[in-house]
Ligand binder design. Structure first.
Ligand code: PLP
Length: 380
């Protein structure tokens, strides 16, 4: 099997499983318990928080462990918007993950917020002039994703954050897909909040992080025992936090080399597909693009049928975002990029990991050509 759906989820690294194991067994304590069973768990949580802070270039007190990317996005958007008295206006983009779009929609429906949803160009990039024109004196929050999960477009977050800051608005970025591939230093990015999900970089599902800059007010969504400095009550997922901290450390150690190598292999794959498949359309830009993303539309076919054909040949990829999988709606990301709905239905996304090889991707390109022949023959 060749697994090319790493944007949906990644396997947990063996070292990560091993590092987590004691926190399910011998060191199973509740970090809030002041006894010899609780204390090692509290120490591990502190260490994990410090490691994450080092990774992001922030203070340990600015790291909030969450249950994943969805919760991190919800807490960032609702938490900052509801705690900031300066206004009720949010700026975001049409290609965000549902966790962001639905959180904004909730604020609109239940709290009377006004939400400006910026469009993007044909490659999924936000127009900085349009953004600057949209941010107002009553804008509390600007939320723009670092890298898109379907087409890999990387936004100029530092420039976007500078525009938000100029108007005094807080800046959040969903870095779920960027983690493990791009630099997440929050000072360089200039962001006030940043979301991460463990299962996209070799840690388990159900653990994530929200970085929130110390001075930014935050209304908690979870009320209870006051864990995470009152920002997210609930007994902490100690093993998950330990796992995420290690996965981050391991991926950061080789990130730049991995990114360069995988981008070259991915570029070779894109070239081959565009050269050998009639009508293939690359979705998203050549650059700036996530190093591990290759996504296409194949007009006149069906993305779902292609996935089935490829799966039959042992190749696992996706028709776009796993979160929207199962829905017949064309991808909101592709539609926002100006791709016709019937073409958007033919999308296939290949998301590589650090083990990808050029040979493997030539096998995939050849399997894709065979799959296209079968699907076109069936008229699907
Ligand atoms: N944001 C982006 C860009 C994602 O790709 C995903 C998951 O696919 C999420 C948020 C949600 O993360 P989680 O699965 O940890 O809830």
């Amino acid at each position: 099997m060749i697994y090319l759906d790493n944007a949906a989820t990644t396997p947990v690294r063996r070292e990560v499983v091993e590092a987590m194991w004691p926190y399910f067994t011998s060191e199973f304590g509740n970090p809030s318990s002041h006894h010899e069973i609780g204390e090692p768990a509290a120490l591990a949580l502190t260490q994990a928080r410090e490691n994450i802070a080092e990774w992001l270039g922030c203070r340990a007190s600015e790291v909030i462990f969450t249950s994943g990317g969805t919760e991190a996005d919800n807490l960032a958007i609702k938490g900052i918007a509801l705690a900031t008295p300066r206004g009720k206006h949010i700026v975001t983009t049409a290609i965000e993950h549902q966790a962001v779009l639905e959180s904004c929609d909730y604020l609109k429906r239940q709290h009377g917020f006004e939400v400006t949803v910026l469009g993007v160009d044909g490659e999924g990039l936000v127009d900085l002039d349009a953004l600057a024109a949209a941010v107002r004196a009553d804008t509390t929050l600007v939320s723009v994703m670092y890298a898109n999960n379907e087409v890999g477009t990387v936004q100029p977050i530092a420039e976007i954050a500078a525009i938000a800051k100029k108007q005094g608005a807080a800046m959040h970025t969903d870095a779920v897909q960027a983690a493990g591939w791009l630099d997440l230093d929050v000072s360089k990015l200039g962001v006030d909040a940043l979301s991460i999900s463990g299962h996209k970089l070799g840690a388990p599902k159900g653990i994530g992080v929200l970085f929130v800059r110390g001075r930014v007010p935050l209304e908690p969504l979870m009320h209870g025992g006051g864990q995470e400095r009152g920002n997210r009550s609930g007994t902490e997922n100690v093993a998950g936090a330990v796992g995420l901290a290690l996965a981050a450390r391991l991926s950061e150690a080789t990130r730049e080399e991995d990114a360069a190598r995988v981008a070259e292999i991915r570029d070779g794959f894109i070239e081959e597909v565009l050269r050998t498949v009639d009508d293939a359309i690359l979705t998203g830009p050549r650059q700036p693009r996530l190093p591990n993303n290759a996504s296409f539309c194949f007009p006149g076919t069906s993305g779902e049928s292609l996935l089935l054909e490829l799966a039959g040949q042992g190749i696992i990829c996706s028709s776009g975002s796993a979160c929207a999988a199962g829905s017949d709606e064309p991808s909101h990301v592709l539609v926002a990029m100006g791709i016709k709905p019937e073409v958007a239905q033919t999308a296939v996304r290949f998301s590589l990991d650090g083990t990808a090889t050029a040979h493997q991707m030539r096998v995939v390109a050849s399997a894709l050509r065979a799959a296209l022949v079968s699907v076109r023959k069936l008229g699907a």
